[in-house]
Design a protein around this ligand. Structure first.
Ligand SMILES: Cc1ncc(COP(=O)(O)O)c(C=O)c1O
Length: 485
């Protein structure tokens, strides 16, 4: 763990928490720059709040996780970007240009992955309750399926018949190692214990349930059983947790080999690989372990449990958060400042609408005073969003004295933020820009109030009694252009 003593300025705080792939700096005027562009320039040009994605960070994170695993695994490695963590099509396009495979859940993510140019042969479809349509689409496109329900046996037979194509599948296994509990961080402990948590909430089949399915899948004409998949996910930032799950997978493979005679040609070890700053750690914490530590721990444990270091199956992984989390930040502008009842609040124009995992997952985001990075952090304030529910983005944060129009930067919002974004209080969702070789490019336009209500319909019989007020159109105009009497 690093020294967590309180820094004197935002610039010093950034110095303490900076990661190698960040593209964050502070200019002479004390303004945060993202990949060389000052935050007020971005907000001035594209509006506020604003999601900002850094292409160089995406590429560096992808290359690093790929290098970490290929260095430890002598057989082919496929890094499949888990688009669930951030489904911007442009991010997927960056991944495609790097040669990344992909993990998708359902037709929505399959669409986004292919729209982002991914090669179907490098993709896998996950899902614990896939429909026949989803299975058939995957088969038609040549996407591998991680089988996760008995129903999929019939669906596969039907999909092969309808498409006239071979299906490639893995069987998802449920790994519940006894030693997982010991490898958890306190922040992730649940009252029932890790193994029980996995037993109840993670998918896949135990070895007992899997054995007959291996035989059933191998018996279907037109289906190739490639191997197994397992995803326990993000339960800890300790390498021992990843080792525990990988060892469990290796043991399951051997048990199933004995029971069925089937040797997998590939193993998909899922996602959950932690980053250095992890909002899901639920506190200000810098993770001392690196992706190289995780790769070594997981692959050593897997090799040991498989009982060999050569002639290994191909390896796939499904990282989401590792690739995107520090590649995106959210810029928000300060509005009302309040002091009362012994507290100070800075209201900003972003909210928990944009960062719902603060409430549903107790995520803790680092917030920087982006336009006053050289000022002393000598106040304790509540940074709150502008919704009518409590929308605490950061409680009791050390900040300089802020003023209306200042910008704050909320870091590490590339994972599970924008994808969960909602429109509570009728608030349109922010725009997203990509900073890269093309300068700053809008990759998702800002929503309008009209977008928020675009799918709504008032039945004729009600519209007759409650005709639309002309003022509603004026509101749309004022929201877009400012109030103009
Ligand atoms: C099956 C599967 N694969 C991959 C991921 C990506 O996980 P992460 O973003 O933690 O790497 C998830 C996330 O829940 C998942 O459920």
């Amino acid at each position: 763990m690093r020294n967590q003593s309180r820094p004197a300025t935002g610039a010093e705080l950034l110095g303490q928490i900076r990661m190698a792939s960040d593209r964050l700096a502070v200019d002479a005027a004390g303004v945060l720059t993202v990949d060389g562009t000052a935050v007020h320039v971005l907000v001035g040009r594209f509006g506020s709040p604003l999601h900002v994605v850094v292409e160089a960070t995406l590429r560096e994170n992808y290359r690093r996780i790929r290098r970490a695993f290929t260095a430890c695994w002598p057989s082919p490695v496929n890094v499949m970007y888990a688009i669930k963590c951030n489904n911007n099509l442009a991010i997927r396009a960056v991944m495609t240009s790097e040669g990344a495979g992909g993990d998708c859940f359902g037709l929505g993510e399959l669409y986004a992955t292919l729209a982002g140019g991914a090669d179907p042969r490098l993709l896998v479809m996950n899902g614990s309750n896939k429909s026949l349509d989803e299975v058939a689409a995957a088969v038609a496109l040549g996407v591998t399926i991680n089988v996760d329900s008995v129903d999929e046996i019939d669906f596969l037979r039907e999909a092969v018949r309808r498409t006239g194509r071979r299906a490639t599948v893995n069987l998802r296994l449920k790994i519940m190692p006894d030693d997982l509990e010991a490898a958890l961080l306190d922040a992730y402990r649940t009252p029932e214990g890790a193994a029980e948590n996995v037993r109840r909430t993670k998918w896949g089949f135990t070895t007992e349930a899997a054995a007959p399915l291996v035989a059933a899948l191998r018996a279907i004409e037109g289906v190739t059983l490639e191997g197994y998949s397992a995803h326990v996910g993000h339960l800890s930032t300790k390498p021992a947790a990843f080792a525990s799950v990988s060892a469990g997978l290796g043991r399951a493979v051997r048990v199933l080999e004995q029971a069925t005679g089937f040797s997998p040609a590939s193993l998909d070890i899922g996602g959950g690989w932690a980053q250095t700053r992890e909002p899901s750690a639920r506190a200000f914490a810098i993770n001392a372990f690196t992706i190289e530590d995780y790769a070594r721990a997981a692959t050593d444990a897997l090799k040991q449990a498989l009982g060999r270091t050569q002639d290994l199956p191909a390896l796939s992984l499904e990282p989401g958060r590792y690739i995107t989390s520090n590649a995106q930040l959210l810029l928000a502008s300060v509005g009302a400042l309040k002091r009362d009842a012994g507290l100070a609040w800075a209201h900003v124009d972003a909210s928990t609408n944009d960062l719902p995992r603060i409430e549903s997952g107790r995520h803790w985001y680092q917030i920087l005073p982006a336009t006053r990075m050289h000022a002393p952090l000598d106040e304790t304030i509540e940074v709150v969003g502008s919704t009518c529910f409590k929308s605490v983005l950061g409680a009791a944060r050390r900040m300089p004295a802020l003023a209306r129009g200042d910008i704050v930067a909320i870091l590490d919002t590339g994972m599970y933020a924008e994808v969960f974004g909602n429109q509570f209080n009728g608030i349109p969702r922010p725009a997203t820009v990509l900073l890269g070789d093309g300068g700053a490019e809008v990759i998702k336009r800002r929503e309008t109030i009209a977008d928020v209500f675009a799918a709504h319909r008032v039945p004729e019989r009600l519209a007759a009694q409650a005709p639309r007020q002309a003022g509603s159109d004026a509101v749309l105009r004022w929201a877009a252009q400012g109030f103009d009497a």
